[in-house]
Structures are given as C-alpha cells and as structure tokens.
Design a protein around this ligand. Structure first.
Ligand code: NI
Ligand code: MN
Length: 225
C-alpha cells in the first residue's frame, strides 16, 4: 500500500512505509501548502525541472534530511554544486532505487533556474513501486506520446497539470487522461497563482464523462493506492 499526499501545486509525497519520496517540493511561497519545508522527512527528492515553483525548498530539505535529489543530469549537477547528494539521470532512463524504479519521460516545457541558468530538459516522472505505477507529468503541454506511456505502463494514478497558461489546461488534460488511460486521474498545478486559477471539479466531471475515475485530492490530504 502506498500513501500519496498532495501539498498543493505539483508537490506530492509518496510513502511506501519504508521510504518517503517527495516530488517538486515547492512549499515556501506556495499558498496552498499545508506543511513547512523544515517539517518534511524525506529519503529522496525527485525534481521534474528547475523552475522555482518546482525546485522550491528541495535543497534545504535534501541537506536537512541527507536525502538524495533525483533529477536530469544538468539539474542534478546543480544540486550537487549546492552541496546536496544527487543522482543524475536523463530522459528515457530508468533506475532501480531502494524504494522502486524511477524513469524520466519527456515533457514539453522549459527548465532554467530562477536566475536563468540552463538546466537541461524538463521531465515527467514514472514511479514503479510495489507493483503500483504512478505518473507525474511535470509541467507540460499535451503530447501524443502520452499514448505510448499509457500503452507501455499500466498506470494506477496519473497526476496532470490543469492550470493552463504555463501547462495544459482542463480540456487538454482530459485528453491526456484519455491517452494515459490510468485507473485514477489527479489534477495538479492549479490555483497557486492568479493565472492558473481553474475549477478542479470541472476537470473531474470531464474526466468522468470519458468513463475514467478522478479524485481531486484536497491540499494536505492523502489517498492510498
Ligand atoms: Ni515550470
Ligand atoms: Mn510550474
């Protein structure tokens, strides 16, 4: 049994019982976050890309917990330069970590640090843990290869952005769920800033109208998968 907790924006924790993995820990400055970076206990931190609303508090959390940052090569090197333990990967590659297997997939977006340094390609994240498969798309527009991700992986949960402006909006995200064909759709990357205000219930209704299940996880709450 895996516990999936949503901290607003694109930040999720995956708890396996033995390991705690946090994805895109943007907590300070995230009005919807229910936790403080100081209170996070993590073994691994996975970053989809380097934008400030995704690396967030990653380096502080990594140092405090002696946790390993998992990211594409350029961003992992940057984390290592900042004094963090890092595991360098890249898109298309997977690796068996103590908690399970992680693979980086493509995402159509940008990736630079808040001060403008090039950080390689943005990524999506596939986690295969204890027979469950979780896909976190990162920030991305809709892309046809989501069909391939869905064909090659029996997804239990897919987290997709619905905020529009910087990423897919609701209608494209519903199409993404059709392509990915997960057991459960979970919306993310909405209602953090003015330009990404969206109604997640509209997404849920539209996902259900194509015969798929959706849970809008309230900020700070968890589901079991
Ligand atoms: Ni971004
Ligand atoms: Mn973002």
């Amino acid at each position: 049994m895996l516990k999936l907790t949503y901290h607003g924006h694109s930040c999720f924790e995956v708890n396996t019982g033995s390991y705690n993995i946090i994805i895109d820990p943007f907590l300070k400055g995230n009005k919807n976050s229910d936790i403080k970076a100081e209170d996070v206990k993590a073994d691994f931190i996975v970053l989809s890309h380097a934008h400030g609303d995704h690396i967030g508090d990653a380096f502080d959390i990594a140092k405090k917990n002696d946790a390993t940052i998992i990211a594409v090569n350029e961003l992992a090197n940057y984390a290592a330069d900042k004094g963090c333990k890092a595991h360098n990967m890249h898109i298309g590659g997977s690796y068996e970590f103590p908690f399970g297997r992680l693979k980086f997939t493509i995402a159509h977006h940008g990736s630079s640090t808040p001060d403008g340094k090039y950080m390689g390609e943005p990524a999506g994240i596939l986690l295969s843990i204890e027979g469950k498969c979780i896909y976190h798309s990162g920030d991305t527009g809709l892309f046809w290869d989501m069909k391939l991700i869905g064909e090659m992986n029996a997804l239990d949960v897919a987290m997709v952005p619905i905020g529009d402006n910087f990423t897919m909006g609701i209608n494209d995200a519903v199409k993404a769920i059709e392509f990915l064909n997960p057991k459960l759709a979970v919306p993310m990357h909405y209602n953090t800033f003015g330009v990404i205000e969206q109604d997640p219930q509209e997404f849920k209704r539209k996902v259900e109208s194509i015969g798929k299940q959706c849970i809008v996880i309230p900020f700070g709450e968890s589901i079991e998968i």
